[in-house]
Write a protein that binds this ligand. Structure first.
Ligand SMILES: Cc1cc2nc3c(=O)[nH]c(=O)nc-3n(C[C@H](O)[C@H](O)[C@H](O)COP(=O)(O)OP(=O)(O)OC[C@H]3O[C@@H](n4cnc5c(N)ncnc54)[C@H](O)[C@@H]3O)c2cc1C
Length: 288
């Protein structure tokens, strides 16, 4: 029996700029024929873009049985960022089997969602799925408030936080913030926002996603201060604020593009890549 996770080859049908930092990609094509949603509202897939073999995770914003929509944050650098920033329509990508983690207990009387821009697609889908049945509050921290004010469904009560300051619930009147941050995701006030939450009475469910270090702090807060049982929350690190992506000895991207331009098959291109990696390794040995 094979234990290899299912993978699907999909065509990029459309690319739409939702905001300066958020790009909507619609995938489709015959390769998605066997794709089946888990039905879990925060489900995600691994995405492997042309010329790369590392995957990055993206929330399935929607799947209608034919087209699969991913909303991708473009930040300053990054493997998917570089690809999604350009004209990727017509490219073929690989996606992995979907997985989900959202598990609101039966009978939960409230739902709280907190996240940054990378978590926005998941929060939108969770709210679309559950907010009509369970009173839902969202704290969403985004850099592009002007454009994203209408992104979340109105069934949820949303507080927008700007990565440069807090704004009112209608998405206007930003105030400046003095919290420190970095030049990649901007400032983040999510951890502080969680500590200021006026928690509803009764049993509910708390879901949060964003930068990993902040998520670790929040888990501690939920366990030690709020004393929530582990079944009452789900807190996920979606990305890591590290100084820079570790460069690989040989970047497969240019080799892939040159191979494609020369009409080579995938196997031939990967053989070129293996050769280039071996040459690089022997050059490094000579230099040592
Ligand atoms: C379950 C799950 C679901 C996710 N869903 C989504 C989604 O729907 N949409 C989405 O855009 N992202 C989503 N993410 C986050 C996404 O996988 C990461 O942000 C990913 O690292 C981006 O890949 P990249 O190749 O562009 O950058 P990378 O090559 O991975 O990173 C390059 C550099 O950028 C920095 N960086 C990475 N992510 C961010 C960021 N968000 N903000 C600022 N700096 C960053 C890194 O610290 C690094 O220095 C999800 C993650 C998980 C685990």
């Amino acid at each position: 029996m094979s234990t290899r996770a299912e993978q699907y080859v999909a065509d990029v049908l459309r690319r739409e700029q939702l905001s300066p930092r958020l790009v909507r990609l619609t995938l489709g094509g015959p390769g998605l024929a066997g794709f089946t949603s888990t039905g879990i509202a925060d489900e995600w897939v691994g995405l492997i873009v042309p010329g790369q073999f590392q995957s990055r995770y993206y929330t399935v914003r929607s799947w209608d049985g034919v087209e699969l929509v991913l909303d991708v944050v473009v930040h300053d650098v990054g493997l998917v960022t570089e690809w999604a920033s350009g004209d990727c329509v017509g490219d073929q990508v690989t996606i992995t089997e979907p997985k989900g983690s959202f598990a609101m207990p039966e009978g939960a009387s409230w739902l709280l969602l907190v996240g940054d821009l990378t978590a926005l697609p998941a929060m939108a889908r969770i709210a679309e799925t559950h907010a009509a049945a369970v009173p839902t509050r969202i704290w969403a921290e985004v850099p592009d408030l002007e454009e994203l004010g209408g992104y979340l469904p109105e069934t949820a009560d949303t507080t927008w936080l700007s990565s440069v300051g807090e704004v009112s619930r209608d998405g206007r009147s930003a105030t400046s913030s003095t919290t420190e941050g970095d030049d990649r995701g901007g400032t983040s006030r999510l951890a502080a926002a969680v500590e200021q939450i006026d928690w509803p009475e009764g049993d509910g469910y708390f879901w949060m996603a964003g930068e990993s270090a902040q998520m670790r702090a929040i888990r501690k807060y939920l366990m030690r201060e709020r004393r929530l049982p582990s079944t009452a929350y789900d807190v996920m690190g979606y990305w890591r604020a590290v100084a820079a992506r570790q460069p690989r000895p040989v970047d497969p991207g240019p080799i892939w593009r040159a191979g494609k331009a020369a009409g080579k098959s995938d196997d031939q291109i990967w053989a070129d890549y293996d050769r280039a990696s071996q040459e690089q390794a022997s050059q490094e040995q000579v230099q040592q």
